[in-house]
Write a protein that binds this ligand. Structure first.
Ligand code: TXE
Length: 496
């Protein structure tokens, strides 16, 4: 889209500005199609300018050499602003995504906590001393910023995904260019304002709104970007990794999952049903760690699925400000189309549609991208339905016989982001958790994460780990510095 009145929604080198070529995009509510906001969309020239600002600011060295404690204090101030302005942020997030306001409010609390965590982590460990085994040498590892980070984020948890990249990058002393999803730019704009208010120097943080193939792709291929950090779909992630290879830049990827929720017959029945519903239907399944695959023990399969279907049909759907709603719309018409096609293909393959599989009826849903919570039973192991993400409110059910069978089925995916085990036998649950090839495993729980614990995918779910101590590690280089404390001519020259 293009328009003469391009709003000042790009933040480059400390200045709010319109897109150079005047591109604009209308953001419409996924819940009812109403206009939420209009923003500037940058092109390759705008992205070039943002990269240049970030590069120049990093190479100048002033920011990278500020005290890590000061950078940490800045993050703590951002956290305070997020708490102060929580209502405004949450409303903006719900406006773009259509997610329930209570969920956005919870996201904002998590985001403030993320900034607080990295604010406190900054400066705690500047490096390590390494034992060389000799009194005549001294060796140390110094943590240094990676440099200029390109950040590309998705639309499902727009600001949370941004926070997981921006906060550790600031803590580490990097500069960055952020490109949020073109569908959900509002809270990234608010965050840049908050960073500005908290005192982030010009050029350290730059925001370019725009489409993936134009602005995002340039970040991945540009030689002045040192690290590309991406959260999004597997196919886009592969193309980003391929582009990044040309300049051998560091790559951090979080590419979603097809996450198994393993329920043993000895699990507390009602608890397991409750969590199975929340695991997959929260935010209409548009969650990278959604428990989209129920892997349930044969003995309780029938009873469990019957109860699950009964409860699924009671789930209330609605818009962000509908206080009754338990889940909301999908992000876009294109995504709705993708989810419908996914279910149709699964049914074609032989899955038994137990409930859902269509849009809800009624006037209130007519202008939104709604899809009914769906349960597909008796899906074949290795089939399309259980290997490919629907990223919608779609639960597949597979059966297992014993512990080994459960592990084999749960690991039979090219993804490896997260999974869960429900059992009242704690030893068995721990054993299975050890054997699951997924980056996060919950026992008798689903979805909780902690900023202080690592988050990342095995297999094709990603490269690198966000959050935790390692989260900062993605944004730092660990330089080994070895010093000879008794320099003298090397012995192999002694023949002189
Ligand atoms: O994501 P994309 P889409 C999965 C989910 C979903 C699928 C596709 O299965 O159905 O991905 O969703 C930018 N170079 N997840 O198409 O394309 C884009 O502008 C550089 C899982 O919406 O991955 C946006 O900012 N960047 C996921 C970001 O990539 C490009 C969350 C994500 O968009 C680009 C979302 C390109 N060529 C979807 N093309 C998770 N891990 O949580 C697009 N982008």
């Amino acid at each position: 889209m293009s328009n003469d009145e391009s709003p000042n929604t790009l933040f480059i080198d400390g200045t709010w500005q319109p897109a150079g070529a005047g591109g604009v995009r209308e953001i419409r509510s996924p819940a009812d199609g109403t206009l939420v906001t209009t923003v500037s969309e940058g092109d390759r020239n705008d992205t070039e300018r943002a990269i240049h600002a970030a590069r120049r600011t990093f190479d100048d060295g002033t920011w990278a050499n500020t005290s890590a404690w000061d950078r940490g204090d800045l993050l703590l101030r951002v956290s305070d602003i997020l708490v102060r302005d929580q209502a405004e942020f949450a409303r903006a997030e719900s406006g773009d995504t259509g997610k329930r306001l209570v969920e956005s409010e919870q996201d904002m609390a998590d985001i403030a906590a993320c900034f607080r965590y990295f604010g406190k982590l900054a400066g705690i460990n500047g490096g390590d001393v390494v034992d060389t085994g000799s009194p005549d040498s001294f060796s140390r590892v110094r943590y240094e910023p990676v440099g200029v980070c390109g950040m590309i984020t998705p639309w499902n948890f727009p600001l949370l995904q941004v926070a997981w990249k921006v906060a550790p990058a600031i803590a580490a002393g990097d500069t960055f260019v952020l490109k949020p999803s073109e569908l959900t730019p509002s809270t990234a704009i608010l965050l840049m304002r908050a960073l500005d208010e908290a005192g982030l120097p010009a050029g350290v943080g730059n925001l370019v709104l725009g489409s993936g193939p134009e602005t995002g792709a340039l970040l991945a291929e540009h030689r002045d970007i040192d690290l590309i950090s991406f959260t999004g779909g597997l196919h886009t992630g592969r193309s980003i990794a391929a582009s990044a290879a040309a300049t051998v830049k560091k790559v951090a990827l979080e590419l979603g999952g097809k996450n198994p929720n393993v329920v043993f017959a000895d699990a507390d029945f009602d608890t397991a049903v409750d969590y199975a519903l929340m695991a997959v239907f929260l935010h209409s399944g548009q969650v990278c760690s959604a428990g989209a695959r129920l892997v349930v023990q044969d003995d309780i399969h029938d009873e469990f699925v019957d109860e699950l279907v009964r409860r699924t049909e009671k789930i209330r759907i609605g818009g962000p400000y509908d206080e009754d709603a338990e889940t909301g719309p999908l992000i876009s018409a294109a995504h709705l189309e993708k989810v419908s096609a996914h279910v149709a293909k699964a049914v074609e393959e032989g899955a038994v549609l137990r409930t859902g599989g269509r849009r809800p009826e009624g006037e209130r849903y007519a202008n939104g991208h709604y899809y009914l919570p769906t349960v597909l039973d008796e899906v074949a192991q290795g089939s399309y339905a259980v290997t490919e993400e629907s990223f919608g409110p779609v639960l597949t059910v597979e059966r297992f016989t014993d512990e080994d069978d459960a592990v084999r089925i749960a690991n039979d995916t090219h993804y490896g982001l997260a999974g869960a085990v429900f059992s009242s036998d704690v030893s068995k649950a721990q054993r299975v958790a050890h054997r699951l090839r997924h980056g996060t495993v919950w026992i008798n729980d689903f979805h909780p994460y902690l900023p202080q614990a690592e988050w990342g995918g095995y297999k094709q779910s990603g490269i690198g780990r966000e959050l935790g101590r390692a989260g900062l590690g993605e944004y730092q280089e660990a330089k080994h510095i070895h010093q000879n404390l008794r320099p003298q001519p090397p012995r192999w020259f002694d023949g002189r």
